[in-house]
Ligand binder design. Structure first.
Ligand SMILES: Cc1ncc(COP(=O)(O)O)c(C=O)c1O
Length: 384
């Protein structure tokens, strides 16, 4: 059948594509260690599971309001006001089916065909595709040592620039952008009149005393220009629940609500009750998970640096993103060739940097167990 041009214009999520290759290899009996995955292996906290089951037992199985149940929106508003340093009410919150869905909705709600959206590279694969699905044009600006290059960003601004996407802590690099850089982004957005999409899905996962700064907390101008994309997936190990949300000025929430009322309606009602319980989790329990991830980060960083000396220690999320340019040449022409070799010969699944818009890098996730991290890097070292 003939598919719409829209579908031809976007690429399949390559990380999802690789998951299929890994599944096939495993079906053939190969042992594959997954350092490609974007979710920690910790179980979803028990209290969240119980609250979700209770919601089912209480028949909370019907449609909810499109924008989400009021209690959850209020709970999120309280959390944002308390933890992110800016004041919002439930009218600034809309729930969606994971932050991927929120991102899709943002561009459908905010941009017209031909509008340009600046995306620092490397970038998470969903960003450019969700811009394109709305008829927008992604404009890529390379980062410098994995940090924002404000001068280059300013050079990329045109009359058509409508927005910039800032993802901190970052996938795929693990970089956390400092307050000064974020303030400069707000200054540019104000000077040239565009808005900021802040994907802060990894906000709780920062290490070694590095703090995450919420873009919308940087003053009134910042708040009025920022659409913050958030998720329960990473902070509470709830990837399968599909609960993400937007924090934004109320008129944006209203506009998105209009779209969502035709697109998907509310997201799963009983999953929303699980999310409501997640907001009650003791910070100590979340910190225990972060401490565990930090140990994995330290371990993975040392092992990775031993093989790939150009590894920068990530301050957040759960990814390492070393440059592997010195490994490319006759034996491996591209980072994709190298990643394929590591998959087939070392039995370790990782992603090449070219998937994220920068050639000559590899992305390793350290969200898995320490045992798997040790085994994976030992295998890679042996075959290289
Ligand atoms: C930067 C970033 N934002 C959002 C998400 C998606 O999260 P969700 O499960 O809420 O769709 C991911 C998932 O990998 C991500 O890396």
């Amino acid at each position: 059948m003939k598919l719409a041009d829209r579908i031809h214009s976007i690429e399949e999520s390559k990380s999802v594509g690789l998951a299929q290759v890994v599944a096939n290899l495993r079906a053939e009996g190969r042992e594959i260690i997954s350092l490609n995955i974007g979710e920690p292996d910790f179980p979803t906290p028990d209290s969240i599971i119980k609250a979700t089951k209770k919601a089912l037992d209480e028949n909370k199985t019907r449609y909810s309001l499109v924008q989400g149940i009021r209690e959850l929106r209020e709970g999120i508003a309280k959390k944002v006001t308390r933890d992110n340093g800016y004041h919002v009410t439930y009218e600034n919150i809309i729930l969606g089916n994971g932050s991927k869905h929120i991102l899709y909705n943002i561009f459908q709600t905010m941009i017209n065909p031909g509008d340009e959206v600046i995306i620092p590279s490397p970038y998470w694969v969903t960003f450019p595709e969700s811009v394109k699905l709305a008829g927008g044009v992604p404009v890529f600006v390379p980062t410098k040592d994995l940090q924002l290059d404000i001068e280059e960003i300013e050079k990329a601004i045109t009359k058509k620039t409508r927005a910039i996407i800032i993802n901190t802590p970052n996938n795929p690099t693990g970089a956390v952008y400092p307050k000064e850089a974020l303030q400069q982004v707000v200054e540019l957005a104000t000077k040239y009149d565009f808005y900021i999409i802040a994907d802060e899905a990894y906000e709780m996962l920062t290490f070694g005393g590095t703090s995450h700064v919420a873009l919308a907390s940087l003053g009134e101008e910042a708040f009025n220009r920022t659409l913050t994309v958030q998720s329960f997936s990473k902070s509470y190990c709830m990837t399968g629940f599909r609960v993400g949300y937007l924090v934004a000025p109320a008129d944006v929430v209203e506009g998105m609500n209009k779209l969502q009322s035709h697109l998907s309606g509310n997201n799963c009602t009983f999953a929303q009750y699980g999310a409501l319980e997640a907001l009650e989790i003791d910070q100590k329990d979340i910190q225990a998970m972060i401490d565990d991830l930090e140990k994995r980060r330290d371990l993975a960083y040392e092992l990775c640096k031993d093989i790939f000396p150009n590894t920068i220690k990530p301050q957040g999320a759960f990814y390492l993103y070393p440059s592997v340019k010195e490994f490319l040449g006759d034996r491996f022409k591209t980072d994709e060739d190298l990643a394929k070799f590591i998959l087939t010969d070392a039995g370790v699944a990782i992603l090449p940097g070219s998937f994220f818009g920068t050639d000559g890098y590899l992305r390793f996730s350290f969200a898995g167990s320490e045992d798997n991290i040790r085994k994976a890097f030992a295998n890679i070292k042996a075959v290289l």
